[in-house]
Design a protein around this ligand. Structure first.
Ligand SMILES: Nc1nc2c(ncn2[C@@H]2O[C@H](COP(=O)(O)OP(=O)(O)OP(=O)(O)O)[C@@H](O)[C@H]2O)c(=O)[nH]1
Ligand SMILES: [Mg+2]
Length: 296
């Protein structure tokens, strides 16, 4: 008998959700950065464990939204929880019980589906701080299971994976066993470029940048040419992104190209075009292009 189910990975921005998903999937499915609001749409990753298929749904961090983009991101996160067999709340144990976490727990407490808790980043704090935090969270709502993990070192993840596998409902696999994610390569390319923007630029630039793959051209020699457009809101942001004599955009392109070639296991020619477009983060078409389908 096989088992298969969906697990929504929820939490505040920067909790380590995508790191956890990548670690369990054994490959990079979702981009990671030290900045909050890295993940913008739901990404599914497939984990096989014995006769169980665990479909992890990485979601954007939940925060108080302002822009249409932010609202659509938060809606995508809660939508992920609605579709899932169970939700796993990931909490940055070092940050502890922040207001953001408190608000998420208040909403989760009303959910009828089971919710599990993972205290993450245990490598960053002394063990004696973990139990009080777990107790405090469990006093706010009933978590069916509580785990202490480090998505970075992998500590505690074997047990989490085994428990998830056992908790999946009986049923046929929803994905082919060798499939790792439902993320199309065009979106992966755009995300890898955005990851470098998040890592190589600061202040307002990362959160005002969006990346779309415009062209995907297969070459006869086995390589692929990828043309991406980067949208930013202001001329100043465009100037920062391009950098002195184009140095910054070249560095972003170079790192992204190498990472993409590694993930696709083939040579990549990457072309980046930066466009200033005020208000892209309020445009439905732009949000749809980055996988926020029914952007409200
Ligand atoms: N030390 C340590 N760092 C971690 C751990 N898990 C994640 N991180 C770091 O925390 C930062 C945020 O990780 P992400 O996986 O992008 O967090 P996220 O929850 O997906 O964030 P959003 O997509 O913005 O909601 C990155 O710098 C990670 O390297 C961990 O277990 N230990
Ligand atoms: Mg993320």
């Amino acid at each position: 008998m096989t088992r298969c189910g969906l697990v929504a990975i929820l939490g505040a921005p920067n909790a380590g959700k995508s790191t956890l998903v990548n670690r369990l999937a054994g490959t990079k499915v979702s981009i990671v950065s030290p900045k909050p609001q890295t993940t913008r749409f739901r990404i599914r990753a497939v984990v096989m464990h014995g006769q169980s298929q665990i479909i992890l749904v990485d979601t954007p961090g939940i925060f108080a939204p302002r822009r249409r983009l932010d609202r659509a991101m938060v809606a995508a996160a809660w939508g992920g929880a609605q579709d899932a067999d169970l939700s796993l709340l990931v909490v940055d144990a070092r940050a502890g019980l922040t207001d953001a976490v408190r608000r998420i727990v208040e909403t989760l407490a009303k959910s009828r589906r089971p919710v599990w808790l993972a205290l993450n980043k245990t490598d960053l704090i002394p063990r004696e701080r973990l139990l009080p935090l777990a107790a405090e969270l469990n006093a706010m709502m009933t978590f069916a299971e509580t785990f202490m993990v480090s998505a970075e070192t992998g500590d505690g993840l074997d047990r989490l994976e085994a428990r998830l596998a056992a908790a999946m409902p009986p049923g046929p696999y929803l994905f082919p066993e060798d499939e790792l994610t439902d993320l199309p390569n065009r979106m992966l390319a755009a995300e890898i470029v955005r990851e470098q923007i998040l890592r190589q630029t600061h202040q307002e630039v990362p959160h005002h940048a969006s990346v779309e793959t415009e062209q995907w051209t297969e070459n006869a020699d086995g390589s692929v040419r990828v043309d991406c457009t980067i949208y930013v809101s202001r001329r100043t942001q465009k100037a920062i992104l391009i950098g002195e004599k184009g140095a910054r955009i070249r560095a972003i392109g170079q790192s992204a190209r190498m990472e993409l070639a590694r993930l696709l296991e083939r040579p990549v020619h990457l072309f980046l075009n930066v466009k200033e477009r005020e208000g892209w983060d309020e445009e439905r078409a732009r949000l749809r292009a980055i996988g926020l389908e029914d952007a409200g």
